[in-house]
Design a binder for this molecule. Structure first.
Ligand SMILES: NC(=O)c1ccc[n+]([C@@H]2O[C@H](COP(=O)([O-])OP(=O)(O)OC[C@H]3O[C@@H](n4cnc5c(N)ncnc54)[C@H](OP(=O)(O)O)[C@@H]3O)[C@@H](O)[C@H]2O)c1
Length: 279
């Protein structure tokens, strides 16, 4: 079954390849997210992606609680939960507090994956979008990564990783790291192939996860779903562009995809089309 597709990470953990992305704008009510998570798990997703920035940790947590109560999965271990450290907490002394707050909102004792959301630091408690000159600093990679390592050692996250890190930023991190990041989550799709980054991460044993696999339609980009070449391939193969992208993203490379799927019809379509026969 599709949902059994997993990747073994350098941390020793197995991560389900398909993830259900929970970012929504504007943020959705807790009840709406709870239903979305229930729907996603019911049709086969076992990996849920959230972040402090998305303001969806509470809704995802409500969804996970409902999933566990419903018996859709046997226990917490059958789910894989990723959340992320936002930039205003990317200060060495704030990392531990930040993960504890995330766990409180999620209602969990641990997450499976904790990522540094971006290689940037913002002055504490400045709302995203209200950043002014002087609020944003380069990330203190050495100290913040050391705090992330502490999070893993304390068992608050089974694995740790990064997001939106370039080869240069990863090189800087690896120069100090005692724990190699398990994952680098980046935008990746046929219009943004990340070839150099994938080669680099592959050599270092870092798994690359693809976010916005459909090009981030919601942010006004049409580079995947509106791509003429992909449309032609889809027409020839009698598939949708989303189906073709899924084959490119999964069959040609070894990384997982994080879809934002707020409509059950897309969720169902995604699970149904996640097969080699669609290649
Ligand atoms: N680490 C980071 O910095 C970062 C950044 C961005 C995103 N992410 C993660 O990645 C997830 C996905 O990001 P994204 O929203 O940019 O992803 P995306 O998958 O490229 O785009 C999602 C959009 O595609 C549509 N869609 C989904 N399945 C479809 C299908 N089968 N056919 C046609 N359209 C379809 C959805 O439409 P409907 O709304 O109509 O369902 C949704 O608006 C987020 O939820 C988040 O978890 C991480």
């Amino acid at each position: 079954m599709e949902t059994e597709n997993k990747i073994s990470l350098n941390s020793g953990q197995d991560m389900p390849l398909m993830a259900f992305g929970s970012s929504t704008f504007p943020p959705q009510p807790v009840e709406r997210l709870k239903t979305a998570v229930l729907d996603a798990v019911e049709i086969g997703y076992r990996h849920i992606d959230t972040a402090t920035l998305y303001q969806t940790e509470e809704g995802v947590g409500a969804g996970i609680k409902a999933v566990l109560e419903s018996g859709l999965v046997k226990n917490r271990e059958q789910l894989f939960v990723t959340t992320k450290l936002w930039c205003d907490n990317a200060h060495p002394h704030r990392v531990l507090l930040a993960i504890k707050e995330s766990l409180r909102r999620l209602g969990l004792e641990y997450v499976d994956m904790y990522l540094i959301h971006a290689p940037v630091t913002v002055a504490p408690d400045i709302t995203y979008g209200a950043w002014k000159k002087g609020d944003v600093f380069p990330l203190d990679i050495k100290s913040v990564w050391a705090a992330m390592e502490e999070v893993q050692k304390l068992g608050l996250a089974k694995s740790i990783g990064v997001s939106n890190f370039s080869c240069k930023k990863l090189t800087e991190l690896l120069a100090h790291a005692k724990i190699i990041p398990a994952v680098n989550q980046v935008e990746m799709h046929p219009a943004m192939r990340q070839k150099n980054l994938r080669e680099f991460c592959n050599k270092k044993g870092i798994h690359v996860s693809a976010y916005s696999p459909l090009g981030g339609k919601e942010w006004g980009f049409d580079v995947v779903l509106g791509n003429e070449q992909l449309k032609e391939i889809a027409q020839n193969k009698k598939k949708s562009v989303a189906q073709i992208e899924k084959c490119w993203n999964n069959n040609n490379m070894s990384h997982n995809k994080i879809h934002k799927l707020t409509k059950a019809i897309h969720v169902r379509l995604d699970m149904r089309t996640y097969t080699d026969s669609d290649a």
